[in-house]
Design a protein around this ligand. Sequence first.
Ligand code: ZN
Length: 257
Amino acid sequence: MRIGAHVDPAEPLAEAAARGADLVQFFLTDPQAWADPKDRPDAEALIASDVDVYIHAPYRINVASSNNRIRIPSRKLLFRHAAAAAKVGAKGLIVHGGHVEKAEGRDAGFDNWRKTFAFAAEEGGFATPILIENTAGGDNACARRFDALARLWDAIGEYEVGFCLDTCHAHAGGEDLLDIVDRVKAITGRIDLIHANNSRDGFDSGRDRHDNLTAGEIDPELIVSVIRSAGAPALVETPGGTEGQTADITYLRERLA
Ligand SMILES: [Zn+2]
């Protein structure tokens, strides 16, 4: 089972080595900015490395939005990040499911997701596999509650789309972790990556605050069993820097051994 961490983008391979990580995830730009990614000087080293690379798209991206001024730049930024992620040999580009501004606009939101993949298909498809991640908050999210996730997949299922399951987001978003792998796979048919995080907040709180695996509100054994039954690579997006994340990786390796 391959285990890793979300790390600072400056020197991801050094960060991986410091944690004994099999895979790393990082941002190519400031996640809060509308910025195009630049070529990375370590691209060849990242491609040549045994460490698997995942790229997380900026938080600003919301291709579901009914607002043209958000949706159009979001789509462009997603394309550009997929192209840049391919240049570092990324196995996936993780992007949040997004949301619509008003509940009645959700059908349009799912259709905006479909159009995103349809436009990409016209250009030969995304350069890197897109993994849509479930989110923790909001009433009009496309991938918080699984009734919405099912409708999203009805809209985009004809395209090759991956899924990233975040355990903190599921718990805080109000989806029970006990049988979650089966419930996800019944919708998406796949889980490509687990974001293995504990949550500082309660079930269905709608809050997105990650915690270390043996801290927080989720029974950590439940997180382990999600990874085991998904059979997918996992990475922690937990606090505490090298020390905190190394402890989380070690915890997972010991339990999954
Ligand atoms: Zn996550």
